[in-house]
Design a protein around this ligand. Structure first.
Ligand code: ADP
Ligand code: NA
Length: 330
């Protein structure tokens, strides 16, 4: 195939995804299935860099696969598999550990952020070397494009640096990947606290829109989103973070620019706007939820799809790993 290879992944770190993951990641992936040779991974090895409940992790892994399928990832056009089913990810990561500088790894800001809560002393070494495993995920597949949020840009740059370093020491082996950064406009914030990023680990139950929420819960959350006391439906992150957040959600789900929505709602109040956004969210996520629940009810089919895709990934990854091992003298 002459289509560019794309690689992206999500951790199975919660029972479900939120609308931020949908708008920032999965929805973008759907549009890449024809234009690229895409690999969408469920990165369970990354999920064990923080303490996990084994049963919950296993369930979240299968639930995430059902969600990918329910959202429209098509295994006939894209490869979707579970990272731990392809041992080459961990094997290449070890080789890359050997060419990564300690100082270089120490400069990764996500580790600093993620370890800030419990303290660095209490964090696992796995959380520290996480970006090296991520580089391995990307480099194993000759990935050209990595669609990520701006929070992951530094990690993709590390993958580029490691690819170039390996190539210059051992001969051309890896494709040097490009990040495809989604801009800040694609970032979704908590509905009750619209200056904090919506996150799987957020405490705010009412502010997080889960993809599998019932239609009633979806509508209620949108309609009770925090907004300011004004009346203009206008994008302004500083003065109107709540309305701006709903504009971003509506713009992404309808595929129209924010400016067009501002025009449509000129002279109309927040009530009309919120009702329409609620209807739009229900119309988008409702059918995804129904399809996801069908896949969740058929775990054997989900496992079959994952196995078939993992075989393809395994073939690609094993060939690359063999080349790497030969080059470094293993
Ligand atoms: P979370 O931060 O919710 O734990 P992940 O780190 O697993 O989610 O991210 C999975 C994907 O979803 C990444 O591509 C990330 O950039 C995207 N993403 C996460 N949160 C948001 C958000 N609030 N808005 C937009 N995209 C998001
Ligand atoms: Na994230």
């Amino acid at each position: 195939t002459d289509k560019p290879r794309v690689f992206s992944g999500i951790q199975p770190s919660a029972e479900s995804l939120h609308i931020g993951n949908y708008i920032g990641a999965v929805n973008q992936w759907l549009g890449m299935q024809d234009s690229s040779d895409a690999i969408f991974c469920i990165v369970d090895l990354h999920a064990i860099t923080v303490p996990q409940d084994p049963k919950a992790l296993r369930e979240a892994t299968r639930a995430l696969a059902a969600l990918y399928l329910g959202a429209g990832i098509d295994p006939a056009r894209s490869t979707m598999f579970v990272q731990s089913q392809v041992p080459a990810h961990a094997q290449l990561a070890w080789v890359l550990n050997g060419i990564t500088g300690f100082g270089e790894a120490s400069r990764m800001t996500q580790f600093k952020d993620k370890s800030a809560r419990g303290g660095q002393e209490a964090s696992s070494v796995g959380l520290f070397t996480y970006p090296i495993l991520m580089a391995s995920d990307i480099l194993l597949y000759d990935t050209e494009l990595v669609p990520v949020g701006d929070d992951q840009k530094q990690h993709v740059e590390l993958a580029r640096d490691l690819a170039e370093r390996f190539n210059s020491r051992f001969g051309r082996t890896f494709v040097v990947p490009q990040p495809q950064i989604r801009t800040g406009a694609a970032r979704v914030y908590d509905l009750q606290n619209p200056t904090a990023k919506m996150s799987k680990s957020a405490e705010s139950a009412a502010g997080t829109v889960w993809m599998l929420d019932s239609d009633t819960a979806l509508a209620k959350k949108i309609r009770s989103a925090v907004t300011d006391t004004g009346r203009d439906v206008r994008f302004d992150r500083d003065e109107k973070p709540g309305i701006s957040n709903l504009l971003v959600i509506a713009s992404a789900l309808r595929g129209v620019p924010v400016a067009q929505l501002e025009d449509e709602y000129a002279g109309r109040g927040y009530g009309d706007f919120k009702k329409d956004v609620a209807d739009l969210v229900v119309a988008t996520l409702g059918p995804i939820r129904e399809r996801t629940l069908e896949f969740q009810a058929d775990p054997a089919e989900v496992d079959r799809i994952l196995r078939t895709s993992a075989e393809r990934a395994h073939g690609l990854a094993t060939a690359k790993l063999a080349q790497v091992q030969e080059r470094v003298g293993l």
